[in-house]
Write a protein that binds this ligand. Structure first.
Ligand code: AMP
Ligand code: MG
Length: 323
């Protein structure tokens, strides 16, 4: 079967075409804010302006006729309502005009499923760290349960927010990583883990308040060391309690080498293994939506073109019947 997936929950409008074994094409058209963070209205306008063309290019690159696509899937949530609406409308239009089934996919679960597909890990504890989301998940009793999550903002948004204070354009995460590599002094910042949950906004406010007193390299270094240690601690506890031996790192912040290293060290010390998908599958991408839609459809999930968006769609609300 050939499935076309549309991702567009936030900054990246991305179309992927896959079959059961491989990615046939992958076309990303990212939105880049002129200033500040992601503006939902601007991002959704960007998606609306580019979606028809991106779909056409993706089908063309996959060397297919539109009629050869067997399934349309789209990111149903969580995400920015205005962006989700553009994506859902395009997906419904495509489904109706090609007379092909449609599947709405949970964005967080798509990160996990494409990670399992790409790395070959089977039953991992997942650390999903992106702009808006930060969660520790694992499969238990037909669902991806959330064992720990952020109580306020996602780690990516936290890094981007701090970067904006330094006049670094969006997305700031990669620049913070570069600065952090030059830092060597650990500045005390709030380390907030409550049970299995974590919180980043106090840490970022504290770092912002110390900008005039410290080198930005040392602040970037300290933000990374503190927040990534929190994420690693909770991931380790989930691994121990669930008695699993695989860790899957996914989401845009997974590009970060320091976070990868910390998790790798932790996993090795527990006789476990860290898995990290190829870079093209880490950030938001259309292939993950196409792949997950295909798995769901083959497991018997059926949606009608009337399917609605879910801006607050939680991964643990989805019954996983394809595993
Ligand atoms: P996503 O929403 O999954 O596409 O992830 C986007 C987020 O990943 C943004 O907040 C970026 O700042 C962040 N990000 C991307 N690369 C890095 C990196 N190398 N280090 C830290 N954060 C990153
Ligand atoms: Mg994401």
């Amino acid at each position: 079967m050939k499935a076309l997936g549309i991702e567009g929950t936030a900054w990246n409008l991305s179309i992927g075409v896959v079959d059961e074994n491989k990615v046939l094409s992958h076309v990303s058209t990212p939105y880049q804010p002129k200033s500040g963070g992601i503006h939902p209205r601007e991002a959704s306008q960007h998606h609306a302006d580019n979606i028809a063309n991106s779909i056409e290019i993706a089908i063309d690159k996959a060397d297919l006729n539109p009629s050869e696509i067997d399934l349309i899937s789209f990111s149903q949530g969580p995400g920015m309502g205005q962006c989700l609406r553009v994506v859902a409308t395009a997906a419904r239009t495509l489904s109706l005009s090609l007379n092909k089934p449609i599947i709405g996919v949970n964005h967080c679960i798509a990160h996990i499923e494409v990670g399992r597909w790409n790395t070959g890990c089977e039953d991992p504890v997942v650390l999903y760290v992106s702009g808006a989301n930060s969660q520790v998940l694992a499969y238990r009793g037909n669902r991806y349960r959330v064992f720990g999550e952020t109580l306020d903002i996602g780690i990516g948004n936290a890094l981007d927010k701090f970067a904006r204070k330094l006049d670094i354009p969006h997305p700031g995460g990669p620049e913070i990583e570069k600065l952090a590599k030059k830092g060597n002094k650990l500045i005390k910042l709030p380390y907030t883990v409550k049970g299995m949950d974590f919180s980043f906004s106090g840490l970022i406010t504290s770092a912002e308040n110390q900008i005039n007193k410290n080198k930005k390299t040392n602040l970037a270094y300290s933000i990374q060391e503190t927040s990534f240690a929190m994420l690693t601690e909770v991931t380790e506890r989930a691994l121990a309690h669930l008695e699993k031996n695989e860790v899957l790192l996914c989401g845009g912040v997974a590009h970060n080498q320091r976070l990868t290293k910390m998790l790798e060290t932790m996993a090795n010390e527990r006789d476990s293994k860290l898995y990290k998908p190829k870079p093209e599958f880490l950030s938001d991408n259309g292939a993950m939506i196409a792949h997950t839609g295909l798995k769901m459809y083959k497991a018997g999930v059926k949606h009608t073109p009337k399917i609605k968006i879910k801006p607050d769609y939680r991964p643990d609300s989805v019954e996983v019947n394809w595993r």
